[in-house]
Ligand binder design. Structure first.
Ligand SMILES: Nc1ncnc2c1ncn2[C@@H]1O[C@H](COP(=O)(O)OP(=O)(O)O)[C@@H](O)[C@H]1O
Ligand SMILES: [Mg+2]
Length: 342
């Protein structure tokens, strides 16, 4: 099968996406597919595009390991010779249209917020993961929380602030401040007083025009993937220091992930049930990963749903799949196969 693995882009999660993309691309090749790894924003300029799927080249050769800090997007934008007015880089649409399916290794706003999915629907390009409506619902944490509340899904109390409006929020300290349409914990701050709150708001508004101020849930962190409507075993995430921020997410060894989570059958079942409910409420399809906090009284709170969850060496969905005997390559094949089911 001809498969494009689409990664990169210009979201704050660019580097994470490139690592996901590299691993997925290598899996596709091991599975015997004719695979091309393509940066959605930088594209590919060369003379042999028509024969690109027959190329013996290693398209992942230049992808470096993930750094501790998120990437400089202005530097990436400056690399587009055509000025970058169109999000899709040179030949991206053409190569994607030549493929049987596009494996989305993208993370963050463009790529995960539904706009790319809607464009691909109109361009006749088959892609992995959920559709454009559910992508948009899940990417907007404020909107998702409204749907959680309306459907009895437990989620931390919170308020949405818009840039330029009053910044008071009726949420006790410590609070969590997070940009509404973010990911990888970029633009997420845990604050203990007014001074930290003001600084966090300023920083969060640097990433987007809407910010969520949430009740901080002290306790354990859990996550649960849903594959075709059914929950996988859950994972407990225990960072060795601090919370599950960008560094703790992607630096190997900085967080202990335990799967299945040692929380007993009752909490496991409850978190799995809520995850399946979130999947239905947000109209999700194919697969997604829900993030949770479990408070000191063992009450779970859903933080968010991720529609294109990470596929890096430290990522969680591969660990959950492994717990039911599905290896990385098999998981990638399953995700591709689901792209052919309507
Ligand atoms: N209300 C909260 N209480 C406690 N910790 C939180 C809360 N919200 C977020 N966090 C911490 O911040 C991390 C990132 O938040 P999350 O809402 O999942 O956004 P992202 O899309 O960046 O993953 C979580 O994995 C968790 O460690
Ligand atoms: Mg999260």
């Amino acid at each position: 099968m001809k498969v494009v693995v689409l990664a990169g882009g210009i979201s704050t999660e660019r580097d994470v996406s490139l690592i996901s993309g590299k691993l997925i691309y290598q899996a596709m090749k091991r599975l015997g597919h004719q695979a091309v790894l393509l940066d959605v924003y930088l594209g590919m300029e060369r003379d042999d595009i028509d024969g690109i799927f027959e190329s013996e080249e290693d398209f992942a050769a230049d992808i470096a390991d993930i750094r501790e800090i998120n990437p400089d997007i202005s530097e990436v934008k400056a690399r587009r010779k055509d000025g970058g007015k169109c999000y899709f880089g040179p030949n991206v649409i053409r190569i994607c249209q030549m493929a049987d399916a596009v494996f989305l290794g993208l993370h963050g706003e463009d790529g995960e917020n539904g706009r790319l999915q809607a464009a691909f629907d109109l361009l006749g390009i088959r892609y992995t993961g959920t559709d454009y409506v559910s992508s948009a619902l899940a990417m907007d944490k404020a909107l998702a929380k409204e749907l959680f509340a309306a459907n009895g899904i437990p989620t931390p109390a919170g308020a949405v602030l818009k840039k330029g409006q009053a910044y008071s929020a009726d949420v006790p300290y410590p609070r969590v401040v997070k940009v509404c349409k973010g990911g990888s914990s970029i633009g997420v701050y845990i604050v203990k007083d007014e001074a930290e709150y003001d600084a966090a708001l300023k920083a969060a508004f640097g990433y987007g025009d809407e910010v969520l101020v949430e009740q901080y849930i002290r306790g354990r962190e859990l996550t649960c993937c849903v594959l075709e409507g059914k929950a996988l075993p859950i994972v407990e995430i225990a960072p060795k220091e601090g919370f599950y921020d960008y560094k703790n997410k992607y630096q190997a060894g900085s967080t202990v992930e335990i799967c299945p989570a040692p929380v007993g059958p009752e909490i496991t079942r409850r978190v799995q049930e809520i995850s399946e409910q979130v999947f239905r409420v947000l109209r999700l399809k194919k697969y997604a990963r829900m993030d949770f906090m479990l408070d000191e009284q063992d009450n779970p709170y859903c933080l968010e749903a991720n529609t294109l969850p990470g596929m890096t060496p430290t990522s969680l969905i591969p660990q959950e799949a492994a717990a039911v005997g599905i290896g990385y390559d098999q998981l990638c094949q399953k995700i591709i196969d689901m792209a052919f089911e309507d």
